[in-house]
Design a protein around this ligand. Structure first.
Ligand code: GLA
Length: 710
């Protein structure tokens, strides 16, 4: 089977064993969408019933654009839905694209200046459309992989005329789904409460998630799933859409008056105005669409495989992550050389492999009101400097990690005093501070160069194994949506340089936890700090929600203090460990006395994390249950040999009923031992399930381990 077939009549079919995506050039020359879903042979065009009160397209008596699904719809010619593309030309804003040419490539052409999924074993269809009146061409890129139920889409827009045009809506993708009853699922949240999954029926009208904050944001992660309304975790057609982008975005679903469902994904059109001069090209970020017939769980498996294979830096693919001790909740800003060395001893005493020095190590940074931008060690507290300290920590047999927040500047900093014009601001307005800090203007090459130089000065010592890259405020006084996009291009350019120079340093993306947890950042950084919420009960919904899109390979979690610093809850060390047990990167953030109290348990958990490090990479993750009082997850190692079942019951009650859970995705014919005891058939585990302990306390957490024996 060819991955891409182009018929003589110009029907384009992208197809593998899991999905088909098809479009054709209509008799009018429009690029008409035919189908996206389970793998089928080339689908035929839909009928075009005529309706009252619609507008004919040109002189075609059978065509109204308001119902024709198009690959790159515009406004102004009879399609009254939201446009994928909208611009203002020399004297009007009416655009309409017709087919010009196409080509098929055996590679995925590079997207310059922005991250995008990697294209091995792919075919890419590029269809060029033209508006001969406005003199604009668009190249629509579609990539299909041989073995993934994912399509990558992006667009390049060229001004082939002689006057500038102003780009306003430049979505990466438009996708019309067949009429039907659908639900939408999206993730909303805020600091320390990220990734709340909300499922609502798709209304008539337009539902939009978006960010105009300069980060992809925790308010709405850039991810929208549309599913048949009856879909469950294991059954039903589900479509997922996300972007490989970390800035202002918009993803919307719109049901028109005749039931057409249009998905749009791309840069947020709000306040976006990009001047495209003659001969210039504008490239959109990449959008990804995934499909599964096997419900939301199936859709997650598609995303997990695809993100591991095509997004995450290859260097860290299946590379076990070191266990770590992070100084943040252990000491906050109260860090000194001596304390770090002491904590390094405490860390190695419980078997931890890496010491991460979080915030507080640079010039006068004794609280969050100062010093961002001055990335040299504070001489009063770190007299020997960071490389020498790192060397000492490493001499103890540990790796060394360091926190930076490179995109920010404190007004009270040498950098700001020297270059006030490097911070985002607009004339006549006092800059708004967030966490007492301002955002550096990364659209300026000199700012990017400066940041690179400062990081390079420390990283080039060769003593740093890991960097936590933080970003702790939303942007204001940016000035325009175009500038916000230029900022992202500056950031991606900086990250490209750093990753090229330091391919072996493990980077972790963080933005007050999950305020920029997206495929753009994860293209450079193999893992992310999902949330600052470390209370196990608070973290359950966050991991559960994030798991819809993200594999556990990218998740970092640590055992934090109890009572918890974010919500005050007291919880057992066991529950704190188990809430993060599926994460690839596991650690602790406790001080010496707290560690001493739990030394035996922590030693055991750290050892367990080391032994199971590989099992948390490339694993199959199943959300077996997640509602009111109970969460149950199943993590099955990549080779299928080990199955972890993690159960949480939040509140206890007397005389509880029996509990049972059915497992998923096991080898029906194999046998598994439970906690090295009883033996069960894979079929029994999946169909009858296993009995769970009846909890006897609040926040009860349990881990069951099944090993395949034959
Ligand atoms: C953010 C991060 C935390 C920690 C602090 C340091 O809040 O999410 O993990 O690094 O910054 O200031």
């Amino acid at each position: 089977m060819e991955l891409i077939d182009v018929s003589d009549e110009l029907t384009f079919t992208l197809r593998n064993a899991a999905i088909t995506y098809a479009m054709r050039v209509s008799t009018e020359g429009l690029l008409e969408q035919l189908y996206f879903g389970a793998s089928i042979n080339a689908p035929s065009p839909q009928p075009r019933p005529l309706r009252h009160c619609t507008v004919m397209f040109e002189d075609s008596p059978t065509l109204t654009l308001n119902e024709l699904p198009q690959e790159y719809p515009t406004q102004g010619r009879g399609d009254f839905g939201s446009p994928a593309f909208h611009a203002v030309g020399a004297d009007n804003s009416v655009f309409s694209f017709l087919y010009k040419s196409h080509r098929v490539e055996d590679v995925k052409p590079m997207l310059d200046g922005m991250p995008s999924s990697r294209g091995n074993g792919v075919k890419t269809l590029i269809v060029t459309l033209v508006d001969a009146v406005q003199h604009v061409e668009v190249d629509l890129h579609y990539t299909i992989w041989a073995n993934q139920a994912v399509i990558a889409r992006r667009v390049e827009i060229r001004n082939v005329g002689s006057t500038p045009i102003s780009l306003r809506h430049v979505h990466s993708s438009a996708l019309d789904l067949p009429p039907g009853d659908y639900d939408l699922q999206h993730f909303h949240g805020t600091w320390a409460r990220e990734f709340n999954a909300e499922r609502v029926p798709l209304p008539t009208g337009r539902f939009i998630i978006e960010s105009a904050r300069g980060t992809s944001s925790n308010a709405h992660n850039p991810y929208l799933a549309v599913m048949e309304s009856g879909a469950t975790e294991t059954e039903g057609d589900c479509f997922g859409t996300t972007l490989v982008y970390s800035g202002n975005f918009a993803i919307s679903a719109e049901r028109g008056e005749f039931g057409r469902v249009r998905l749009l994904a791309g840069l947020n059109p709000f306040d976006f105005d990009w001047t495209l001069k003659p001969d210039e090209t504008f490239a959109t970020p990449e959008a990804l669409h995934a499909f599964s017939r096997k419900g939301l769980g199936g859709l997650s498996h598609v995303w997990h495989d695809s993100i591991r294979a095509h997004i995450l830096p290859e260097r860290f693919h299946n590379a076990p992550r070191p266990t770590y001790l992070n100084t943040w909740e252990a000491a906050y800003f109260d860090v000194t050389e001596d304390k770090v060395l002491e904590l390094a001893d405490v860390a190695s005493g419980i078997g931890v492999e890496m010491l991460v020095l979080d915030d507080g190590w640079f010039m006068g940074r004794t609280d969050d009101r100062r010093a961002l931008g001055d990335w040299t060690a504070d001489p009063d507290r770190f007299a020997m400097g960071i490389p020498a300290l790192a060397e000492k920590v490493r001499a103890k047999g540990l790796k060394f990690g360091l926190w930076f927040e490179p995109e920010m500047v404190s007004p009270d900093s040498d950098l700001y005093r020297a270059h006030p014009d490097w911070a985002m601001s607009v004339p006549g307005r006092t800059p708004s501070l967030g966490r007492h800090q301002m955002t550096l203007d990364l659209s300026k090459p000199e700012v990017v160069d400066h940041i690179y130089g400062q990081l390079d000065a420390i990283l080039s010592s060769g003593q740093i194994d890991y960097v936590k890259w933080d970003m702790n405020r939303n942007m204001t006084e940016v000035g325009s949506g175009a500038k916000a996009h230029r900022y992202m291009l500056g950031l991606y350019g900086l990250l490209d340089r750093l990753m090229t120079a330091y391919p072996d340093i493990l980077f972790e993306t963080c933005a007050s936890g999950g305020n920029r947890f997206d495929l753009g950042m994860l293209s450079y950084m193999a893992q992310g700090w999902v949330s600052d919420m470390c209370d196990p009960i608070g973290r359950l919904s966050i991991i559960n929600g994030a798991s819809h899109l993200f594999p556990t390979d990218v998740m970092a979690s640590y055992i934090g203090p109890s009572p918890n610093h974010q919500n005050g809850r007291v919880s057992s060390i066991r529950a704190r460990f188990l809430a993060g047990v599926v994460s690839a990167a596991r650690g602790v953030s406790l001080n010496g006395p707290e560690i001493a109290v739990h030394k035996d348990a922590l030693t055991k958990y750290v050892q367990f994390s080391k032994v199971t490090a590989r099992d948390m990479l490339g694993a199959r993750f199943d959300r077996l249950r997640h509602h009111g009082n109970e969460t149950i997850w199943q993590q099955t190692s990549r080779d299928g040999s080990t199955v972890y079942v993690i159960t949480f019951q939040i509140l206890n009650a007397p005389n509880l009923p029996l509990r049972r859970v059915r497992l998923r995705g096991l080898d029906q014919a194999a046998r598994y031992t439970l906690d090295a005891g009883a033996i069960y058939g894979g079929d029994t585990l999946m169909h009858r399930g296993i009995a769970l302990t009846i909890p006897t306390e609040d926040f009860a957490a349990e881990l069951l381990i099944l090993k395949k024996v034959s």
